[in-house]
Design a protein. Structure first.
Lengths: 646, 251
């Protein structure tokens, strides 16, 4: 079996990153100009990396499928970004942020990576303020903080309910400054369709111009994947319509390990599903749990009357409400981590206490907060979220409780990377949600923005130099090389094949089928029998797709259905790998809940003796089973404990 | 409560930037009033695919009103008849059974049509690239709390910064002016101490780029503000005019 080399530096936990930086190789300014770096994606991770690398003097080629880097889905993050500043003087520290993140991730992430993340978190806030990000402030002029799930301190910085937007615009503006200075060659409406490997190293990509349909070749001394997660495998998720896992999947097919694919985050506070026509799910920020209280009726007959539209939630007396999170987890209450809150909602709904027309919803109620703080204070904190809710549901959340239900939100799994954020293919790096590295089995709220920007601003710009330092004598390569030609030909044939099927079902039709299978069997609760069924069903869907999909139009020019088809082809395979990984992991950890492994109270039961490892899957060919490698997780600084939020 | 409606759609179809476009009429049936406008467009496209026709090309992504990608001119309004929403957040309960709905792309000299309802808004990126930032590199910056900023300034900067770059203001303006977009960024950064240092240079460069790219001039009709899905105010335009004049006086 291949040895998994995570390259964690020696020394005490708090010294590892400093030691690394002191001893790594750097590239001098004259050589930087001669090195091309391809960055795929322009979200928080991609834009911050592209801007930082270009500022240093590297020649950057940056790619996005959208019409502008500013559209990347990081923009939709609402609640905030964590940092260990301890401005509120409530006992926070780098160690505590590290510890909360390791614990929140249910002890399935690397200590060294997580500690580094906590360590650079403060620099991110400094950087963003310097860029002109308008974070919320107190009357004294200093930065405001709020709390998020899984923490007992207030360490979350925010810009109303649009924190992701403001941070992304900060990174985008830094990027556009470099575009203006000629250091970044920006390609919009351009999609990665293959990765080119030369002599075992990543040396370029093939892209499809989404306007002309033309396939194009690009050389880079190194390639950075920053294309986000694969949550849209489920069809319905809080991800944007265009979010996809294809760039990561191409990396996998070229030999990069895919790590922990089964670890998917299901966010507890989303607007419930309401019909077959639905195209996406909308998140209601976790920050709402600071002031909102989650409940369902205590009596089944009340829940039933509500479902039939005969009873209004406001008519239910206080003593007839079950604030189940406060009841089950008194220490953290409504602010338990996302996986715990999601499962608790499912448990209540499955037991017959759910509300809404479908019975698949619980209440998030602001009445007490409005009584305590006044409507104006709540409006100032969450106004845009309340407005969004009202536009979608047509109910006023100031007057009647919001209805929420869990939905697919984020993928902790992703491309396997070492401490330097490099995959096992030399020269191929993965940052942000696209890698697996920092969140273990469950991500804490307000940590995705932190990780994306940590990777892009403060980690990759250092670690990539350690690799490139050995590459300063490598001249730019011609894209006429056979490796480029072969990959382009392969892609061309794939698109031609897709267009030639001319079957009966649209891409979306088949994608919805996949989504149902994923949600039913690879969703919030999984078991052996269901996962095996999912594998069979996914195989059938794959066959259906490759024999019966209907894609109108041609490969040249704009063809939105062809774009979607290319992505769905990969989602089907990602779904298969997720089910396979979930089947293999015979324990419950974080977002991965196997019904066979739970405590008497229904809490997740980890099995550290057998499963304290990262599952790294290696591709072996289209119709062959992938091979599992294990990276053992060693805990030298924290003690493995059962998570307790009671 | 949910009900369903039938609609007649007049949709602008255009094969490419240099071909002549035309309206095509389609009928959609049993549209849930709980569905969003773009979900109704999904139903139309599914129908077209089943009929062996080419689906309507339109831009969209986050479908929660923040990415700024969706851009339809519906019944004469950018982002349709509802207030303070993008097209993706517009819901079908705003339409009546049997109604005819006219759907067009953004129309403006600054935003050439790519296909059907898709337009090219690359000009906005070019304007930002010309100066819509604080010239600070990664690292070497002071502690985030080193410079206090009054809550009023931070809040006002955030109001301006909430612009999503969709271009509804340009599509609505009879002159095709990009003043609301440009002034929102100029204001945000001019209000904050970090952005004040290069405020003059920024205002001049961004305005020059805007003029160069063929956007029209502002005649203070205020139509842009009315159709802005994020309620960005035209007071930003007044502030930018001051910034610009001050910068020019200094020259």
């Amino acid at each position: 079996m291949t040895k998994i080399e995570s390259k964690i530096p020696e020394g005490p936990l708090a010294q590892k990153w400093t030691n690394y930086k002191n001893n790594q190789n750097l590239v001098n300014p004259a050589n930087k100009r001669r090195i091309d770096i391809i960055v795929v994606g322009t979200g928080l991770a991609g834009a911050s990396a592209a801007a930082s690398l270009a500022e240093m003097g590297f020649k950057v080629k940056n790619f996005t499928i959208q019409d502008s880097p500013r559209r990347a889905h990081s923009i939709a993050a609402q609640g905030g970004i964590n940092a260990a500043k301890n401005y509120p003087n409530d006992g926070d520290s780098v160690y505590r942020l590290f510890y909360d993140t390791i614990k929140g991730g249910d002890y399935r992430s690397r200590e060294a990576n997580v500690y580094r993340l906590a360590e650079v978190s403060n620099s991110i806030i400094d950087q963003c303020v310097a860029q002109g990000v308008p974070f919320a402030r107190e009357y004294g002029g200093y930065l405001a903080n709020r709390s998020f799930g899984g923490a007992q301190v207030s360490r979350t910085f925010y810009a109303r309910g649009q924190t992701g937007q403001q941070l992304l615009l900060g990174a985008y503006q830094a990027l556009m400054r470099q575009v203006n200075e000629g250091n970044v060659d920006l390609h919009t409406r351009t999609e990665l369709v293959e990765i080119v490997i030369i002599d075992g190293k990543a040396r370029g990509i093939i892209t499809r111009n989404l306007i002309t349909g033309k396939l194009e070749r690009h050389f880079g001394h190194a390639v950075v994947i920053a294309t986000g997660g694969y949550g849209n495998t489920f069809f319905l998720s809080t991800n944007a319509m265009g979010s996809n896992g294809s760039a990561a999947w191409k990396a996998y097919q070229n030999g990069a390990y895919f790590a922990n694919p089964a670890y998917v985050q299901i966010h507890p506070t989303c607007i419930p599903v309401h019909g077959e026509f639905q195209s996406k799910l909308t998140l209601m920020s976790e920050s709402l749990r600071n002031d909102g209280r989650i409940w369902v009726p205590k009596k089944k007959e009340d829940a039933e009357a509500i479902r039939k539209g005969k009873l209004k939630p406001t008519a239910i007396a206080e003593e007839d409400r079950d604030y189940y999170l406060e009841r089950r987890y008194p220490a953290f209450g409504n602010l338990v981590p996302r996986d715990v809150a999601s499962r608790a909602a499912k448990e209540r709904c499955d037991a017959g206490y759910g509300v809404g027309a479908t019975g698949l919803a619980v209440y998030l109620d602001f009445k007490d907060a409005i009584d305590r703080l006044g409507k104006d204070a709540i409006e100032a904190r969450y106004g845009n979220l309340f407005q969004m809710y009202e536009k979608i549901v047509d109910e006023n959340p100031y007057e009647t409780p919001m209805m929420i239900y869990p939905a697919i939100h984020y993928t902790m799994g992703g491309l396997w990377v070492d401490y330097e954020l490099q995959t096992n293919i030399p020269g191929l790096f993965a940052i942000g949600e696209a890698n697996f590295s920092d969140h273990g089995a469950n991500r804490l709220g307000a940590s995705a923005l932190m990780q994306g920007l940590a990777d892009g601003y403060f980690v990759l710009p250092f670690t990539i130099q350690n690799y490139l330092a050995d590459d300063i004598r490598t001249p730019r390569m011609s894209t006429d090389l056979p490796e480029f030609e072969d990959k382009e030909k392969m892609v061309k044939e794939k698109f031609e094949k897709l267009l030639s099927i001319k079957g009966e079902h649209s891409v979306d039709h088949i994608h919805k089928e996949l989504g149902h299978v994923m949600w039913d069997f690879v969703g919030m609760a999984r078991n052996k029998e269901g996962l095996q069924k999912a594998l069979d069903r996914i195989l059938e869907i794959k066959k259906e797709f490759w024999t019966n999909v209907r894609i109108p139009g041609k490969a040249d020019g704009i063809n939105l259905e062809l774009e979607k088809a290319g992505r769905l082809a990969d989602f089907i395979e990602i779904g298969e790998l997720m089910a396979r990984d979930a089947l293999n992991r015979e324990e419950s950890s974080g977002g991965h809940f196997r019904e066979e492994y739970q405590t008497e109270e229904g809490e997740a039961l980890r099995r550290d003796d057998e499963f304290a490892y990262v599952s790294c899957w290696e591709y072996k060919g289209d119709d062959k089973e992938p091979v599992l490698h294990k990276e053992e997780l060693k805990f030298e600084f924290v003690e493995l404990k059962t998570r307790n939020y009671k | 409560m949910e009900k369903t409606i039938n609609l007649k759609l007049k949709v602008w179809r255009q094969d490419g930037p240099k071909t002549k476009g035309r309206f095509e009429t389609y009928e959609v049936k049993n549209i849930s009033t709980d569905s969003s406008f773009l979900e109704m467009m999904d139903v139309l496209n599914e129908q077209l695919i089943q009929e062996g026709k080419e689906p309507v090309a339109f831009d969209h992504d986050c479908r929660e009103g923040i990415c700024g990608m969706c851009s339809m001119y519906i019944n004469g309004h950018a982002h349709g008849p509802d207030e303070d929403v993008t097209t993706c957040q517009l819901h079908m309960r705003k339409f009546k059974d049997g109604e005819t709905v006219t759907i067009e792309p953004w129309r403006s000299a600054g935003f050439p049509i790519i296909k059907d309802l898709m337009v090219n808004r690359n000009a906005f990126d070019q304007i930002i690239a010309a100066g819509g930032y604080v010239s600070v590199g990664t690292g070497g910056v002071p502690d985030a709390n080193a410079i206090p900023i009054s809550k009023e300034d931070a809040d006002e900067a955030m109001d301006a910064a909430s612009c999503i770059g969709c271009g509804a203001c340009v599509a609505t303006c009879k002159n095709g002016s990009a003043m609301l977009f440009v002034s929102a960024k100029v204001s945000q950064l001019a209000l904050l101490p970090q952005g004040k240092v290069e405020r003059a240079r920024r205002a001049k460069r961004m305005v020059a780029k805007m003029d160069e790219l063929g956007f029209g001039s502002c005649t203070n009709t205020g139509a842009c503000e009315v159709e802005c899905p994020k309620g960005v105010s035209i007071t930003n335009i007044a502030r930018m005019n001051r910034e610009y004049l001050m910068a020019k006086f200094k020259d």
